[in-house]
Design a protein around this ligand. Structure first.
Ligand SMILES: *[C@@H]1O[C@H](CO)[C@@H](O)[C@H](O)[C@H]1NC(C)=O
Ligand SMILES: *[C@@H]1O[C@H](CO)[C@@H](O)[C@H](O)[C@H]1NC(C)=O
Ligand SMILES: *[C@@H]1O[C@H](CO)[C@@H](O)[C@H](O)[C@H]1NC(C)=O
Ligand SMILES: *[C@@H]1O[C@H](CO)[C@@H](O)[C@H](O)[C@H]1NC(C)=O
Length: 266
């Protein structure tokens, strides 16, 4: 609407101007500069406005640019911080892993020392409370052994040991062989596989590769022959004969506990 009005006004002014010119022409006097001064003023105002706009734009642009620069700087800093944090975290992780490995190595070493110490204590005092075997059981290397006082058939011996979470003695390495030999045992059932015939063999290193039981079996009858130890020999005889026997089982790890009573060393 306002544009129309302005156009109409302009038109009106235009026509009146022309009339004026016509009038002045007829009168013969030069036209006054008033209307062109208005134009110039308008042009000037417009130019000024344009200039102002340009300056505004410039100011805005530079403001935008500096803000962008600041924000980019902040973003970069943030990015760097993030990367440093990630580096630190992964370093920390490696450090923690190293630490937990060190702790594990240390506790393994501690366990070894405790076991060795307990072996020494056991030599002097067989029922020392550090012993990782049940009471009355012997401790050798990482296994526990018991020599029973009761007489049982071979099959019952197997069952008895089983009830103790153990099995009849097997001699599968030199260390156990020497340990058992040193006991000079008289007639104890062993965890050997049954045989059809009666036979014997010397208790030496060949025994290690004998046919040792790998699991308890229940199909033993009176016609089978079972192995027993007698000093430095191994004999096979009727499985239903009552005899003493040796059970073995794996020892628990030696417990590590601080047993220093409070105030003892203070
Ligand atoms: C990263 O670790 C270094 C050295 O330990 C420390 O100076 C820095 O402040 C840490 N950076 C962050 C982001 O935690
Ligand atoms: C972790 O251990 C390895 C070698 O075991 C070593 O080279 C590395 O420097 C250790 N790192 C830390 C953070 O302790
Ligand atoms: C020998 O065998 C017994 C189990 O039969 C085992 O506990 C022990 O660790 C073995 N010893 C060696 C030195 O291999
Ligand atoms: C045999 O082992 C079982 C389960 O591991 C346990 O509950 C039981 O007390 C053990 N028996 C003996 C005599 O050690």
């Amino acid at each position: 609407m306002s544009e129309e009005v302005t156009y109409a006004d302009l038109k009106f002014q235009d026509s009146s101007k022309r009339e004026n010119i016509h009038e002045f022409d007829t009168v013969g006097i030069k036209a006054p500069p008033a209307p062109s001064r208005g134009w110039r003023q308008r042009t000037l105002a417009l130019t000024l406005l344009c200039l102002l706009l340009l300056i505004g734009l410039g100011v805005l642009g530079s403001f935008f640019y500096t803000t962008l620069k600041i924000e980019m700087g902040k973003l970069n800093k943030l990015q760097n911080f993030k990367e440093e944090l990630q580096r630190n975290v992964s370093l920390q992780l490696i450090h923690n892993m190293n630490n937990s490995k060190m702790i594990m190595d240390l506790s393994n070493t501690l366990q070894e020392i405790a076991t060795r110490l307990c072996h020494e204590l056991y030599k002097r005092e067989p029922e020392h409370k550090c012993k990782p075997c049940p009471k009355t059981w012997m401790w050798h290397e990482d296994s526990c052994y018991i020599l029973t006082d009761n007489y049982e058939t071979w099959q019952e011996s197997v069952m008895f040991c089983s009830a103790q979470n153990a099995s009849l003695l097997t001699i599968k390495n030199k260390s156990v062989l020497e340990f058992i030999k040193s006991k000079r045992l008289h007639r104890y059932w062993l965890g050997l596989s049954t045989k059809k015939d009666q036979s014997y063999q010397k208790l030496d290193e060949t025994i290690i590769s004998s046919n040792w039981l790998t699991r308890n079996r229940n199909d033993v009858n009176g016609r089978m022959h079972c192995g027993y130890i007698d000093t430095v020999y191994i004999y096979y005889t009727d499985c239903s004969l009552p005899m003493r026997f040796i059970c073995q089982k794996l020892a628990d790890p030696v417990k590590i506990e601080s047993e220093i009573p409070d105030g003892k060393y203070s």
